[in-house]
Design a protein around this ligand. Structure first.
Ligand SMILES: CC(=O)N[C@H]1[C@@H](O[C@@H]2[C@H](O)[C@H](O)[C@@H](O)[C@H](O)[C@H]2O)O[C@H](CO)[C@@H](O)[C@@H]1O
Ligand SMILES: [Zn+2]
Length: 279
């Protein structure tokens, strides 16, 4: 493997668990190849549901300790994926998980979605100026599946990259997406696996991107084990099954050998199978 020392990439995610779910294999791959990999997490995930019954009282409805607990899960996932640096946007606890759209948590005074866009963008710019990534990754404008914190993460990342793009700044911005074809293939295989302990959804239940719109396919086959270890670390949010996982909604999601991205800023030359290709 050609070392990619000196290559710097930054992933911007909303909650502890997103980094592993959507980009865990890519984080593990570039970390193993010697790139400088940073993950920014915007909230502590305080409003999450809790899968293990014995941890239920950590929830926002009871002890409200889930945010602190998920810091530990994130640290364990980082050890599994091998990233170089982690930052919480504005410092740990500055922005609170806003909860699903339309919930009371949206109105919490520290909710991420209630924060000033400019303040949050400047907090991300401070990380960009410190670590100077060539490549940045976040969600699409819908936040992948519409969670308000994911949409806000997209907004601040887009604004920050717009102010720091150029030859010695951020050279590429990608959106992490799910391939419609790979998701359909994965779900078809799960429907034939009696060992899957989750409900296997219809293809259209999972948010995906048409494969014609996907620009970049990162082979993570050598890093699936690390990705599954990271998913297991997020034990309050994720249950791992054979070749799949489920969130607290118990809906099976496949884990393809590839992670998928759409290039939205920067040169496309060489970016088909490598975030840094051609740079
Ligand atoms: C992957 C992700 O973004 N998870 C978020 C999400 O959690 C989901 C939410 O609780 C939903 O109600 C459940 O049905 C689903 O199973 C959960 O994954 O939203 C949480 C609250 O904002 C957030 O903490 C979690 O990280
Ligand atoms: Zn999330």
């Amino acid at each position: 493997m050609i070392p990619v020392h000196g290559r710097r990439v930054l992933f911007v995610h909303a909650h502890p668990d997103d980094e592993s779910i959507t980009t865990g294999g890519t984080i593990a791959r570039y970390s193993a190849e010697g790139a400088h990999v940073t993950v920014v997490t915007c909230t502590l995930g305080e409003e999450g549901e809790i899968i293990p019954a014995e941890l239920d009282q950590l929830g926002a409805w009871a002890g409200d300790q889930l945010g602190g607990y998920r810091i530990g899960e994130l640290r364990e996932a980082g050890a599994a994926l091998g990233w170089t640096e982690h930052r919480f946007l504005g410092g740990a606890g500055r922005w609170r998980d806003s909860g699903m759209v339309g919930t009371e948590a949206n109105e919490h005074p520290r909710a991420f979605v209630r924060g000033e866009l400019e303040e949050q963008t400047e907090q991300l710019l401070a990380v960009l100026d410190e670590l100077r990534p060539e490549v940045v990754v976040t969600y699409d404008a819908h936040g992948g599946y519409g969670h308000p914190d994911h949409i806000r993460a997209h907004e601040i990342t887009t604004a920050a990259v717009r102010r720091r793009s150029g030859a010695d700044g951020v050279r590429r911005l990608f959106h992490t997406v799910a391939s419609a074809e790979a998701t359909a293939r994965g779900l078809a295989a799960l429907r034939h696996d009696d060992a899957v302990p989750f409900r296997v959804p219809a293809d259209e239940e999972l948010p995906t991107t048409p494969d014609a719109d996907i620009t970049t396919r990162i082979d993570i086959s050598a890093h699936r084990a690390a990705k599954f270890d990271a998913l297991r670390a997020h034990r309050t949010q994720v249950t791992v099954g054979p070749d799949c996982f489920a969130l607290s909604n118990d809906i099976a999601q496949p884990v393809p050998d590839t992670e998928y991205f759409v290039l939205v800023h920067g040169s496309a030359e060489g970016a088909d199978t490598d975030l840094f290709g051609g740079l």
